[in-house]
Write a protein that binds this ligand. Structure first.
Ligand code: HEC
Length: 151
């Protein structure tokens, strides 16, 4: 074998190894990427489920206010308050979002107090504040795209 032939054979071997390696990497990547995306989808679903629980608590609150059932008002307010301090709630560290969260926590706390004192007017007012906070936080969240489908 001449030197040239050896070099050519070596080149062929290297090219073969490279192709095989590319295939292995590609084959390896395919399922792991899929796994990662379904994992992301799962956590998105979890977050969505968590966020929707606010509707159940709100419905309790509204029923409590309509029926003057202070225990129910307190229950709903307590649930919302607890949710707003949960890890999952903090979808972003953004200062304005944190501010909305802080306000919501405060308002739901005041709602609990109003229910304890059986003060329906105050509870109704605080419920309106809380509802405005829902709407405004969502408006803001959409503007920074954390509440959209964007990854
Ligand atoms: C401090 C901010 C903030 C407040 C206050 C807030 N939310 Fe949300 N909410 C979010 C964010 C952020 C999402 C979207 C999360 C995501 O999907 O990225 C969300 C999502 C939701 C969703 C959609 C869940 C889904 O994926 O289907 C509902 C319903 C909801 N919130 C209800 C409420 C209600 C009712 C209130 C008030 C009682 C409220 N939220 C108050 C931040 C807030």
């Amino acid at each position: 074998m001449t030197n040239l032939k050896i070099i050519r054979n070596l080149t062929l071997v290297c090219a073969g190894v490279f192709v095989a390696w590319t295939l292995v990497v590609a084959a390896d990547k395919e399922p792991s990427q899929e796994g990662a995306s379904s994992k992301a989808e799962q956590s998105k679903k979890d977050l969505s489920h968590f966020m929707r629980l606010k509707l159940d608590a709100s419905s309790k609150l509204l029923e409590g206010l309509a029926m003057e059932d202070f225990a129910l008002i307190k229950e709903g307010a307590k649930e919302l308050n607890a949710m707003s301090t949960a890890e999952k709630w903090r979808v972003t560290n953004d200062a304005v979002y944190r501010n909305f969260s802080g306000e919501f926590q405060q308002t739901t706390k005041e709602l609990m107090d109003a229910a304890d004192k059986e003060n329906l007017d105050r509870a109704a007012l605080k419920w309106m504040d809380a509802t405005m906070n829902c709407i405004e936080c969502h408006r803001y969240a959409r503007s920074i795209t954390i509440a959209s489908d964007n990854p």
